[in-house]
Write a protein that binds this ligand. Structure first.
Ligand SMILES: [Zn+2]
Length: 570
């Protein structure tokens, strides 16, 4: 009984998918099923097989039959769409924010590649600036000479501009070091900060136990001298740090005298060897927010505990405090964004690089043919939600298909091609639309007798079957042994099954790589890329690298490498 319920649900979503995109796709249906029937996760292979079978059945139905079956469920889907539409209105209520006097920021540390979670932070800030009739500034929180790199600054700027975010200004925290040092001097002088020489382990244990060390008793003048000597290079890394005079007994452990400045002697990508004392996030961010005129900070909920510290530091410095708003994190199911885990996969050499199309870095999504507009719509759906969302990537792919559907040229691609000759045609010409709603641009071919159809579809043919070659004519299957053959029987539209085809004189070799789930049950999925070698109609040689097309009844794909005619499925 449960099996029937599952099979019915798969069929229902496959039908819905076929209605929405012309052809049902395994990824979307799998996504829906996994969230509705979480127990199916224990047997992903079995589920994938069942989904593939049902999708095959659905994709072989005629348009009319699909429409008819959809009718049975249409009320349910309409209701769902209405609810989704309600949910998708971004709730941009930022308490206390003032329309027309609103400045927010995006402040990434340039120590890695942007992924969709970072993009959400940037796009939410950009949207807030739009809603509140204000502006957004970019500053790079680049005060860790050990990890920050120009390469990451460049990649982030490219990604942000591709996401169509326009910043009113661009700053680098490392350009403001003089001000950071002035602020540190002020804190030390008034007894709000002190120099400590405890080793990292002792300091962390003391902070955990809520215990002050003896260095907390040093006088302001002692601390001032140590700080100046730190700047002069008289100390080694780790031998002295400057700590905030917080509250060692506070329940908020962040307030237990955190480190504000430390010695790091690595050469900085932007400042060279000019500085050896560098601020931590805790002092750097509030000061930069304050001087960059930021009125409203939207930051990830995971930094919530640090708000009190940021306010304490700005109060001690008598600097203006911005309002702080939280947003939850966005996590993609069965994928990785943590740098450490990604680095591990990189080392194992199972990924192509940071733009491997299975990843959710912005570079990977771009390479895969995801439109910036789709990413924006997708992340804004979660708005300023306070609960972390773990979302299936298929939701982004669905959003993307809606965005690219109208502009993607249609082409026929035949995977695992099998030759079939057609009797009864002579010098047949064909003219097919490039885009469904454009009757000015066409693909035109002079056809010979030799065609190719997909091996998967050829397997299901029987002698005597009447088949429609899509947008062309109808044939009756005559012979399936050796080279297959069939006979032209007219061009009446009403023959049942439709097949994609390419003509031998008008086709080129191509490869389609379709990324799947990167992880299954938390482990790297070896079969996460499906590769199909096939033939593509020769119009494809006019495509530009980077162009996104739709292989009819196969799916959308972006031309990744024109030399190899390699496409990546989206
Ligand atoms: Zn100490």
């Amino acid at each position: 009984m449960a099996d029937k319920k599952l099979a019915d649900a798969i069929r229902k979503y496959a039908i819905k998918n076929a209605i929405d995109y012309g052809t049902a796709k395994e990824g979307s249906v799998m996504g829906r099923i996994l969230s509705e029937f979480p127990e199916t996760k224990s047997d992903m292979k079995g589920l994938a097989k069942q989904v593939a079978e049902i999708i095959k059945q659905v994709n072989s139905l005629s348009k009319d039959d699909i429409q008819k079956e959809y009718g049975k469920h249409s009320k349910e889907f309409e209701r769902e769409a209405e609810e989704k539409a309600k949910e998708s209105v971004p709730k941009f209520i930022l308490e206390g924010a003032v329309k027309g006097r609103f400045v927010t920021r995006y402040a990434p540390a340039p120590n890695g590649y942007m992924h969709i979670g970072h993009a959400k932070a940037a796009l939410v800030a950009d949207e807030a600036a739009r809603v509140y009739d204000g502006k957004i500034v970019l500053y790079f929180d680049d005060t860790n000479p050990e990890k920050d790199r120009q390469e990451y600054v460049d990649a982030m700027k490219r990604d942000l501009s591709w996401l169509e975010i326009k910043f009113a200004a661009e700053h680098y925290a490392s350009d403001n070091m003089a001000l950071i040092y002035e602020s540190a001097r002020k804190l030390i002088k008034q007894g709000s900060a002190y120099a400590c020489e405890c080793d990292a382990e002792t300091m962390s244990k003391n902070r955990y136990d809520g215990k002050a060390c003896k260095h907390r008793e040093r006088s302001a003048s002692q601390n001032e001298k140590i700080f100046e000597d730190m700047l002069k290079g008289k100390y080694d890394e780790g031998s002295e740090v400057i700590r905030f005079m917080g509250d060692m007994k506070s329940n908020n452990t962040v307030l237990r005298d955190p480190t504000l400045l430390r010695i790091k002697k690595d050469t900085h990508y932007r400042q060279g060897d000019k500085y050896i004392v560098w601020p931590t996030y805790d002092i750097n961010t509030p000061i930069n927010d304050s001087i960059n005129g930021v009125t409203d900070v939207i930051r990830s909920k995971e930094f919530e505990l640090r708000d009190e510290l940021a306010a304490g530091i700005l109060d001690a410095l008598k600097m203006r405090k911005p309002r702080i708003h939280s947003e939850a994190r966005l996590v993609i199911k069965d994928n990785i964004t943590h740098k450490r885990e990604l680095n591990k996969l990189m080392e194992e050499d199972v990924l192509e690089g940071w733009d491997d199309p299975r990843l959710t870095t912005i570079a990977a999504l771009r390479r895969r043919g995801i439109a910036p507009e789709a990413i924006r719509k997708f992340v804004l759906r979660f708005g300023l939600s306070k609960t972390d969302s773990e979302v299936d990537l298929s939701m982004l792919l669905d959003e993307n298909r809606k965005v690219i559907d109208k502009t993607s040229k249609r082409l026929f691609f035949v995977g695992d091609p099998k030759k079939i000759t057609v009797e009864g045609i002579e010098n047949h010409d064909v003219k097919m639309r490039l885009l469904p709603e454009n009757d000015k641009e066409f693909r035109r071919y002079k056809l010979g007798n030799a065609f190719y159809i997909s091996g998967r579809e050829a397997e299901n043919l029987r002698v005597g079957d009447r088949i429609r070659f899509k947008d062309l004519f109808n044939v009756e299957i005559k012979n399936l042994k050796g080279t297959m053959s069939c006979r032209f029987i007219g061009d009446d539209q009403k023959v049942g099954k439709t097949l994609q085809w390419v003509n031998e004189g008008n086709c080129i070799k191509a490869q389609l790589q379709t990324p799947g789930r990167l992880l299954i049950n938390g482990k790297f999925n070896k079969d996460s890329i499906e590769t199909a070698d096939g033939l593509l109609e020769s119009y494809a040689s006019n495509l530009k690298e980077g162009e996104v097309v739709q292989f009819e009844r196969v799916g959308f794909a972006r031309l990744d490498d024109k030399k190899r005619m390699l496409f990546i499925g989206c």
